[in-house]
Design a protein around this ligand. Structure first.
Ligand SMILES: [Zn+2]
Length: 387
């Protein structure tokens, strides 16, 4: 699941300068680094530099507990490669995960928000690991190099890096093929990823569920193409169906989910991740995410609060968003477990609807529920307006 065009292009440009001796592709061995003179070493050197930028980026999640948790799942999944892969959690909305040739793996918090258990995380980790093990970036480079003359290729690579402007149709067509791993590579990553997760005892029926949700999300999305993830993953339906078939054939008698531990480890971050999604204003996509989370069952009060936020921020009359927002906030308050902001949000909706008494009640309840809130003075100011 490659995500960053610029980085990929940097690697491609560097390879043009490096030698191009061809060798058959064999799996990366534990602890292996490509020999200095090799074609692959050029890739790795650029990736190492890019990784330095990733490491120091403000988007990287520094929380030690969460990092240790995901890393632990990875290392149990594949102890031999535990030290070869650096796993970076990236604070970002939407589902995405990616692997660079040198073992730099990125996982977005939008992915952690959407998965339901450790088995689903394991499916993604196994898939990404396969891109690394099978040297898919190197293979991709060789495929493209074989089809494209070096000069055009160089122009493409710089264009992808944002240096130049792509002009001709041929360039555009080739550009599309650079952006993603091939379909065969994605199939291979699904297949080996499936083997890796089942070998570690995880329930394989969880793998297609990720696709199920992403397909539903894409259909409901307000964005023209859905999330960035789909730009590099064109055959979601086929992959879901293949994984479903594989899971049905697999005897998963005692397969584990790791649901309880997952909820325990991620629950405290979920509110922040949902706020990230809200900021995208992609309400169709967010509704699918909320529906899946509600079905899974953890902390419904919190989810009702975000359901209310969705309605309040969308605010469309024909969707009856105002009444739905009130209903969701009230449910969040009755259920408990949601943030105190549910009271404040309810107050705002009542206020804009001209229901002053109810607005006052909601603001007062907010101050009572969160007496130390940073915006207390602001809410007290609102209350004065009702005098
Ligand atoms: Zn992939």
């Amino acid at each position: 699941m490659s995500s960053d065009r610029i980085w990929f292009a940097l690697a491609l440009v560097s390879l043009l300068a490096a030698g191009c001796a061809t060798q058959p592709v064999v799996d990366v061995q534990p602890g292996e680094r490509p020999p200095l003179e090799s074609e692959e070493a050029g890739f790795w050197m650029v990736m190492d530099r890019v990784e330095e930028r990733v490491r120091t980026s403000g988007h990287i999640v520094r929380d030690e507990q969460l990092n240790a948790y995901v890393r632990d799942i990875f290392c149990q999944l594949t102890p031999d490669y535990c030290n070869d892969i650096r796993l970076y959690l990236v604070r970002s909305a939407y589902f995405n995960a990616s692997m660079m040739a040198n073992g730099t793996m990125q996982m977005w918090t939008g992915m952690l928000l959407r998965v339901q258990n450790e088995a689903q995380i394991a499916a993604v980790l196994g898939h990404e690991l396969t891109h690394y093990l099978r040297r898919h970036t190197l293979q991709r480079w060789r495929d493209i190099r074989a089809k494209t003359d070096a000069l055009i290729f160089f122009q493409l690579a710089t264009a992808v890096a944002g240096v130049g402007i792509v002009g001709t149709f041929a360039q555009l067509a080739a550009l599309g093929s650079i952006q993603a791993f091939s379909r065969d590579m994605e199939r291979e990553a699904d297949l080996l990823g499936f083997e890796i997760m089942t070998k570690a005892g995880y329930d394989p029926r969880e793998a297609p569920k990720i696709w199920e949700m992403l397909i539903a999300e894409k259909e409901a999305s307000n964005l023209p193409k859905g999330s960035i993830f789909f730009a590099s993953h064109p055959t979601s339906q086929e992959r879901r169906d293949t994984l479903t078939k594989m899971a049905a054939e697999y005897d998963s008698g005692t397969a584990k989910l790791g649901r309880e531990r997952f909820v325990e480890m991620t629950a405290r971050y979920r509110g922040d991740w949902l706020r990230d999604e809200l900021r995208q204003r992609d309400f169709g996509s967010l509704q699918v995410v909320l529906d899946y989370l509600m079905e899974a069952g953890a902390n419904p009060g919190e989810l009702q609060y975000f359901q209310g936020e969705l309605h309040r921020l969308r605010g469309e009359e024909e969707e009856d968003d105002e009444a739905k927002a009130v209903e969701a906030y009230e449910m969040a308050i009755d259920t408990g477990g949601g943030p105190p902001e549910a009271h404040r949000a309810l107050g705002l909706v009542y206020w804009s609807a001209g229901r002053k008494d109810e607005a006052r009640g909601a603001f007062e309840a907010y101050i009572e529920a969160a007496p130390e809130a940073d915006d207390r003075a602001m809410v007290e100011y609102y209350l004065q307006q009702f005098e």
